[in-house]
Design a binder for this molecule. Structure first.
Ligand code: DON
Length: 600
């Protein structure tokens, strides 16, 4: 206790935090260099106001609508639709179709997504699950060798074995049918134009291609696109993708059916099955059977707000909800962002939530998941009692949420690694959309067909089917099952109305990024841009990750003294967020990636 009091004195902060004080620890090392705006202008991007605001660390303001996503060309496409009176869903279709071209490593037609929709007319909220699905021919031991040992992660990823039935094309159509206003075909025009004329390769895409080892060159169609003339594409290179334009024209004419059957589907299946060295088993029947599933959102009360997210097969909504639910009894606003005690609470609440996540969360259509029990107020209050001490918890284990089913699942060891992207949109009618979309690993399975990359989402299943104790793992693969995700598209409500729309890529760190940004905005009063840009401190399974080279480094010593293992590291989130304030809309875009927000 004494040393914590000392710490407070040492940093001169014993009273309630103000947003300014919070910003001292949470200040990002530097706002985006102004030079970035010039780089983008050179690449044909016109969103100068958005780039200037991001460079200055300020939110973008809008009166009626706002779109925030990971690449300026995609955001411009969405803004054009919103400016013409399109709905948030219309804009999302335009944004996603451009992202699949200009940020192909992260998401696209070959991947899957989760979408949360707030409907301004009804005040209702729903979620669409367009997660990739295991082929019917796949078996639980898919990622084990003959001796039953889990494959090395990248050996499993690259090739056809890891490819699940894509969900994104079906999502675009399902969402547009329900909530779209604009003509379907018109929504692909920007993407088709950019694919035919060529788009300027962004610095981040060029960097990621150059950083790829042999994997991105293993399959000729992939190598030919990303390494024209044998050399990696460079920033500013004009890259055309006529095959992608052609695929989008098929979608324009035939809708999602043109993807899930016919020549596009045949090419996907052939590419997966013929992948040299690591073929997969996706079949035409898997594509034909694909369905988007509507599910209720998972909402947890947090102070004056409801935090609504994506339920199983994502662990995102439940785990973010558990973390915040456990923290509700602690006055983080009073403690302040500079206080190591705040971060002890956040870190250990996260560890407790992750212990439940790895034991209980998976595709609820296949295994019973105690969704209600996991976010039950009394259960979370009981778990939060474990946070009462001064030091880090020596050990955390899963709790016993209320549950009618007697199953005891084993601990799971599935891995999740970088790519993925997030889209936040509010339209002029007040509808809000939060969608995290992915092909899983950067460049997915490294298989390129018809102008897009195929996902490796099946490696989000646990490779082992039983844990060390012999208990069955909930997130084991089964035919037709959807792998557990960490994606956490979130809409925060106050009095039933959206006040924050947010989400991020980042594998299982997504959960910590989103929870931290929500706390920074709601408890510490940071505006949406500063909440997004602030340094990350998070925990998943044990160590506390502290974002290297930031003011949060000051927390390393006091947290270590409390008993936490500290891991200072780069934390490459891609938060895209919109705050709905009494003064209007404010957009935020993560300075760690290339995204911007545009409002109008
Ligand atoms: O669904 C998931 O949780 C992962 N496949 C997402 C991967 C990811 O976010 C990687 N991020 N940078």
């Amino acid at each position: 206790m004494f040393r914590h009091a000392f710490m407070l004195l040492a940093i001169g902060m014993a009273g309630p935090a103000t947003a300014q004080q919070a910003a001292d620890v949470l200040a990002p090392e530097a706002a985006t260099a102004p030079a970035e705006a010039e780089v983008w202008a050179g690449l044909g991007v016109q969103a100068t106001e958005a780039l200037r605001a991001k460079g200055a660390g300020q939110p973008v303001r809008g009166k009626d609508w706002m779109v925030s996503a990971a690449n300026p060309l995609a955001v411009e496409a969405g803004a054009r639709i919103l400016e013409q009176g399109g709905s948030a869903i219309d804009a999302m279709v335009a944004v996603q179709s451009v992202l699949g071209l200009v940020e192909p490593q992260s998401s696209g037609l070959g991947g899957g997504a989760f979408l949360i929709w707030f409907d301004a007319a009804t005040g209702g909220m729903t979620t669409l699950d367009a997660r990739e699905t295991a082929p019917m021919a796949a078996r639980p031991v898919l990622f084990q060798d003959e001796a039953g040992k889990p494959l090395k992660f990248m050996d499993a990823v690259v090739g056809g074995r890891s490819v699940g039935t894509p969900g994104t094309p079906a999502l675009l159509e399902a969402a547009h049918r329900r909530w779209g206003k604009a003509n379907w075909a018109s929504l692909f025009e920007d993407a088709i134009r950019l694919a035919e004329d060529g788009f300027a390769v962004s610095p981040r895409l060029a960097e990621l291609v150059a950083a790829e080892g042999e994997a991105l060159q293993r399959y000729p169609d992939t190598a030919n696109y990303f390494f024209p003339d044998g050399k990696p594409v460079a920033a500013g290179n004009r890259l055309a993708n006529p095959a992608y334009a052609e695929t989008l024209r098929i979608l324009q004419r035939e809708g999602a059916a043109g993807f899930y059957s016919g020549p596009v589907a045949q090419d996907i299946v052939a590419t997966v099955r013929k992948a040299t060295g690591n073929p997969g088993m996706l079949a035409m029947s898997d594509l034909a059977a694909y369905r988007v599933i509507e599910r209720p959102p998972v909402c947890v009360a947090y102070r004056a707000h409801d935090i609504c997210g994506m339920g199983p097969p994502s662990s995102g909504g439940l785990t973010v909800g558990q973390i915040l639910g456990m923290l509700e009894g602690f006055d983080l606003a009073q403690l302040g962002a500079e206080n190591p005690e705040s971060w002890r609470l956040i870190a250990d609440a996260s560890r407790l939530a992750f212990a439940d996540r790895e034991r209980f969360m998976a595709d609820a259509d296949f295994v019973p998941v105690p969704v209600k029990g996991l976010i039950d107020k009394a259960y979370l209050a009981e778990r939060a009692k474990l946070l009462a001490g001064d030091d880090s918890l020596p050990e955390v284990s899963a709790g016993s949420p209320g549950w009618t089913h007697a199953g005891l699942w084993g601990r799971d060891n599935s891995l999740e690694l970088p790519s993925t992207t997030h889209i936040s949109i509010v339209d002029a009618e007040g509808n809000a959309l939060s969608m995290t979309t992915t092909i899983e690993n950067g460049f997915g399975a490294r298989l390129f067909v018809r102008g897009f990359l195929l996902n490796n989402e099946l490696t989000d299943f646990s490779f082992a089917t039983r844990d060390e104790s012999g208990a069955a793992v909930a997130n084991a693969l089964a035919p037709g099952k959807r792998p557990r995700s960490s994606m956490a598209p979130t809409i925060v409500l106050r009095d039933g109305k959206p006040v924050l729309v947010i989400g991020s890529p980042g594998g299982s760190r997504i959960i910590g990024y989103v929870a931290r940004a929500i706390i920074a905005h709601l408890d510490w009063g940071l505006d949406v841009q500063r909440a997004v840009a602030a340094p990350h401190v998070l925990s998943r399974f044990g160590p506390v990750d502290i974002e290297t080279g930031t003011g949060a480094g000051a927390l390393a010593a006091p947290l270590a003294e409390m008993g936490f293992e500290i891991n200072e590291t780069e934390l490459n989130s891609g938060l895209q967020a919109i705050a709905v304030t009494p003064q209007g809309l404010e957009g935020g875009a993560d300075p760690r990636r290339e995204g911007i927000a545009i409002g109008g």
